[in-house]
Design a protein around this ligand. Structure first.
Ligand SMILES: [Zn+2]
Ligand SMILES: [Zn+2]
Length: 387
């Protein structure tokens, strides 16, 4: 049974909801309109609504019988960027854009809520979790800190993201890591400023910085098991103001992406060792500020096997579900929920659209049906009524 027929009946309505959200994007923790719409729709469906977790977060609770409880999560926020496409439903908010498809994620979960509230063909409780601020601001973490799982005790939690380049109706899921952990860092290197024509009067921090950039690449190539994945990128090199002055101090900034939590813990120490050693060699000093970001998104084994079965059912065949996708080095704050509860994060095809975070990206409305059907069948099977 691919798409649920009853959900197909909602397609026009879901498309209108999705396009309205697309035209009115709101960024991290400012999703007031979006959040109000989500709450309103859930209430119309007869679903109990809680608002205010992480500010604009919404949780809808639907009960049917006394079985276990699970959480399904969608993100609601847009990105601070300008939309350049000429869609009829293009962004009407300057420099804000749904370039990651969270408008679609919100709508797919609303579609499932509508269907499940109507049919109630399950035994247990479903918490529909709509979170703010996924894009770099950790709204998922704030919801957890605000007591998400105390207020809404769910035994498992599930997430979904669209994937451009994968056919609509297809899915990809694997046990273990799906998305990387992401940390950022800032390195300050202090030398001694001088006239650029008399470099021997000073200690040139630019030379130190250049050596640091090169040496940092050996963390990936020489310090870790080649079978492991790690990216260390220096993305900002800020030094000096003019042609003829060697600056006194420079700043390097960058990011680390990594799956393995133990490896991740070694990174600040390794970076410190490299920068202090190199700075010392040249008579400069260096210090590191390390900012821990989203942890890796890691699916639990049992739940990912179950999700693969649901995806195969909804996709209409095992050949439409990739069970061994290459994990993404991008990061995702659903990871904070997966640290609290077993669960699974899956990718659903968005077809040949522009890539995520591209200024011409658009969520594919055909995918609404597949995503909403996946959520609905996940509930009907995980919280199956005993025969
Ligand atoms: Zn994104
Ligand atoms: Zn996203």
């Amino acid at each position: 049974m691919p798409i649920i027929n009853r959900i197909s009946d909602f397609h026009e309505e879901l498309t209108a909801w999705r396009r309205d959200l697309h035209a009115h994007p709101e960024i991290a923790f400012e999703e007031h309109r979006t959040s109000a719409i989500v709450a309103e729709r859930l209430k119309e469906m007869g679903i109990e609504v809680h608002q205010g977790l992480a500010g604009t977060g919404v949780v809808g609770t639907l009960r049917s019988g006394s079985g276990p409880a699970i959480g399904l999560r969608a993100d609601m926020d847009a990105l601070p960027m300008a939309e350049t496409g000429d869609l009829p439903h293009r962004s009407t908010n300057e420099n804000k854009m749904h370039a990651c498809g969270h408008d679609g994620h919100t709508t797919m979960l609303l579609g499932a809520a509508k269907y499940l509230a109507e049919t109630k063909n399950f035994d247990g409780t479903v918490h529909f979790i709509f979170q703010p601020a996924e894009e770099g601001h950790g709204g998922g973490q704030v919801m957890v800190q605000d007591g998400l799982f105390d207020l809404f005790p769910a035994e498992e939690v599930y997430g979904m993201h669209n994937m451009p380049g994968m056919a609509v109706g297809e899915f990809a899921v694997r046990p273990g890591p799906m998305m990387a952990g992401r940390d950022n860092f800032e390195i300050r290197i202090r030398g001694k400023g001088s006239h650029a024509a008399m470099p021997h009067w000073g200690v040139d921090p630019v030379i130190v910085g250049a050596n640091v950039v090169m040496a940092m690449q050996t963390i990936t190539s020489r310090n870790i098991d080649p079978q492991q994945a790690l990216v260390v990128s220096i993305t900002q090199f800020q030094a000096g103001d003019t042609f003829n002055v060697i600056p006194h101090e420079i700043t390097l900034k960058g990011t680390c992406r990594v799956f393995d939590p133990e490896l991740r813990e070694t990174l600040p120490g390794r970076i410190t060792h490299i920068i202090e050693g190199i700075a010392g060699t040249y008579g400069a000093t260096a210090e590191l500020e390390y900012f821990h970001g989203y942890p890796a998104t890691v699916n639990t084994v049992e739940q990912s096997a179950f999700c693969a079965e649901v995806a195969e059912e909804v996709a209409g065949g095992a050949d439409k579900v990739n069970l061994n996708p290459v994990p993404s080095m991008g990061a995702e704050d659903f990871s904070y929920m997966l640290l609290e509860r077993p669960g699974c994060y899956i990718w659903t095809g968005n077809g040949e659209s522009a890539g995520l975070h591209h200024p011409e990206y658009d969520f594919n409305d055909q995918a609404l049906l597949h995503g909403a059907s996946y959520w609905s069948r996940l509930v009907e099977r995980r919280l199956a009524k005993s025969a």
